[in-house]
Ligand binder design. Sequence first.
Ligand SMILES: *[C@@H]1O[C@H](CO)[C@@H](O)[C@H](O)[C@H]1NC(C)=O
Ligand SMILES: *[C@@H]1O[C@H](CO)[C@@H](O)[C@H](O)[C@H]1NC(C)=O
Ligand SMILES: *[C@@H]1O[C@H](CO)[C@@H](O)[C@H](O)[C@H]1NC(C)=O
Ligand SMILES: *[C@@H]1O[C@H](CO)[C@@H](O)[C@H](O)[C@H]1NC(C)=O
Ligand SMILES: *[C@@H]1O[C@H](CO)[C@@H](O)[C@H](O)[C@H]1NC(C)=O
Ligand SMILES: *[C@@H]1O[C@H](CO)[C@@H](O)[C@H](O)[C@H]1NC(C)=O
Length: 310
Amino acid sequence: VEFICICFLGSVSFLCLLCTEYPVFTPSALVVKYGDPANVACDVCQKDCSGDASGLEHGVGKVTKNGTTMFWTVDRLTDWDIRLLCFYTSNQCTSTLNPTLYRKYLPESVSISFVNHTEMMFENQQYTLQCSVQNVAPVQSLTVTFYRGNTALDHLQSRSEQKKPVNETFTLNITPSREDDGAQYWCETKLELGPAGPQRPPVVISEKLPAIVHYGPELKEPPNPDVITITEGDTLHLNCSSVGNPSPSYNWTRPKNSSSSYTGSVLTITSVGFEHKGQYICTVSNTVGTVTKEFNVDVQGECCQILPGK
Ligand SMILES: *[C@@H]1O[C@H](CO)[C@@H](O)[C@H](O)[C@H]1NC(C)=O
Ligand SMILES: *[C@@H]1O[C@H](CO)[C@@H](O)[C@H](O)[C@H]1NC(C)=O
Ligand SMILES: *[C@@H]1O[C@H](CO)[C@@H](O)[C@H](O)[C@H]1NC(C)=O
Ligand SMILES: *[C@@H]1O[C@H](CO)[C@@H](O)[C@H](O)[C@H]1NC(C)=O
Ligand SMILES: *[C@@H]1O[C@H](CO)[C@@H](O)[C@H](O)[C@H]1NC(C)=O
Ligand SMILES: *[C@@H]1O[C@H](CO)[C@@H](O)[C@H](O)[C@H]1NC(C)=O
């Protein structure tokens, strides 16, 4: 039972028994693996030890006393809500200790997925990643980090104060770009139990979730000059190489007199003739979109280069 003292300044005065010396727990914090033994000592007084009514309230375990020191021990601590209360009635002083329990292999499992099982993603649209953590205790001490490859995207923590093992799902919104195609998403959970906890915080990571980001074709080569001038008999390369997911297909429209249709990314004419003059249009498309590139080709005879100004 805690003693509450309210003092009003001025008109009314109360007799207040103010606690001057609180009982001291050693160690001051207790972090225990579920099922492990635990012990703690409580010194009720150091200076004014005139009284002798002291106690240590405990749900489990046993208490032994030696003078003003009490020792609490338990062989196997399995009570998630354990709370120890050490008191000294002669001066109304009470201290409490809330040991933290954690599970050995916790969380038991961590998995990552997309909300609504999105297998396929499109560039610049928003998706939700979820990291599901099972049987974690205490969830308050858990930090969840989402990663894309080696890049940490965000750190999340639970708002729950539940001490018993819980299942919890953490979510992160992402808007993938084409550079993220093929990247792997995963999440890491770390139980940070402070200096009284294990030296190496327990870490559990999820499997890796590959991202497939679909995006429309993008030309790899810069645009052309307005007119490509080439000398008769030379080799002409029209480069329309593009990237896209899925891989784009190509379709060329050529000047009327040229031969059949072509579906490669680079159109090559080994010996250019005057009939190759004109406009070429490359159409690149995939399921997401289409882009086109124009080439205007002018063919000059050899005469024109060797006879300037005549
Ligand atoms: C009690 O504490 C005193 C002083 O620290 C010590 O000498 C003594 O052995 C203790 N008694 C028991 C039963 O632990
Ligand atoms: C998931 O799908 C359900 C039903 O189709 C929908 O109500 C919900 O908003 C979706 N959630 C997200 C995050 O897209
Ligand atoms: C967590 O999920 C697992 C598997 O679905 C289930 O067996 C377990 O009872 C759940 N735990 C809690 C605390 O809800
Ligand atoms: C076409 O352009 C791509 C991308 O710049 C390049 O990798 C490829 O070598 C080029 N092909 C030719 C035949 O010039
Ligand atoms: C290429 O484009 C032409 C003209 O737009 C069209 O008639 C033809 O079917 C296309 N070929 C392919 C393989 O897409
Ligand atoms: C196409 O061929 C015809 C006859 O062979 C010719 O008269 C015409 O000028 C040619 N057109 C182009 C653009 O080369």
